[in-house]
Design a protein around this ligand. Structure first.
Ligand SMILES: C[S@@+](CC[C@H](N)C(=O)[O-])C[C@H]1O[C@@H](n2cnc3c(N)ncnc32)[C@H](O)[C@@H]1O
Length: 240
């Protein structure tokens, strides 16, 4: 759409969320999440600052990755841990059985990652983990589900939780179109990426979600370049 309505969160179904979407395009989309995340998501900065810096070789960590997709982020994190002599177990939760199957195959050399086919609305193993992470999940969920999820994670008080996603704006929308359309073909990256931005949030909307969730751990909301936000919470105060 050339002039989409960006004044409010759009109610759209992304191609990758359709159970009958072509599997070859779905799997190419998951493979292309790697470069997309690397260039746009800022996950490396976030995970270095709030997870890796919090871990020590003496204390093995457990991380729950909600809506993990193809697990490219989890695999990067495990490689970082291996290099630093840190032990981390990741539970990668994904509700689409086709995506979970793809992720299981992609993680075959990563015994530290357990892929679980489960909806995040079902009971979460929050008492068993130190860190909770979700990248690009919140925009898939209606506001009330986001609020309930944030409240549930926060009440479980893991050491840290990191929820990151895109900010909805004119520049994010057209910038994403310009940066991706020439390079990402035969996948849902461009169409779903643009739909994701339309489904995503403004900073004021994220603040409203946090206000409704009433977190009890110290929570900070960060704006990141390019057109992103991250909610950082948990019982270990993160001042940076
Ligand atoms: C945009 S993708 C992001 C994947 C990954 N986190 C990343 O950053 O590359 C969102 C993922 O969340 C999954 N998802 C959406 N709703 C979910 C739910 N209710 N429970 C579990 N996973 C969900 C989708 O199937 C999809 O794989």
């Amino acid at each position: 759409m050339i002039f989409p309505d960006l004044s409010r969160r759009a109610k759209l179904v992304e191609e990758m969320d359709r159970p009958d979407s072509p599997e070859d395009r779905l799997f190419r989309t998951l493979a292309q999440f790697g470069p997309i995340n690397r260039h746009f998501s800022r996950y490396r900065t976030l995970l270095r600052r709030y997870v890796l810096s919090d871990m020590t070789p003496a204390r093995p960590g457990r991380l729950l990755d909600l809506g993990a997709g193809g697990c490219d982020i989890g695999r990067w994190l495990i490689r970082q841990c291996r290099q630093r002599g840190l032990q981390l177990h990741i539970t990668a939760m994904e509700n689409d059985p086709r995506v979970a199957r793809y992720a299981q195959a992609a993680c075959r050399d990563y015994p530290e990652i357990e892929v679980v086919a489960q909806d995040i609305r079902d009971p979460l193993p929050l008492e068993e983990v130190d860190y909770v992470f979700a990248n690009h999940l919140l925009h898939h969920l209606p506001d009330q589900t986001c609020i309930a999820l944030i409240r549930q994670i926060d009440r479980a008080a893991p050491r840290r939780y990191l929820l990151s996603d895109m900010l909805r704006s004119f520049w994010a929308y057209y910038g994403f179109a310009l940066c991706t359309a020439p390079f990402f073909r035969n996948s849902f990256i461009v169409t779903d990426g643009l739909a994701s931005i339309r489904r995503s949030f403004t900073l004021a909307e994220v603040r409203a979600l946090l206000q409704a969730a009433q977190p009890v751990t110290p929570v900070t909301l960060h704006q990141l370049t390019p057109y992103r936000f991250a909610v950082i919470g948990g019982r270990c105060r993160a001042d940076r």
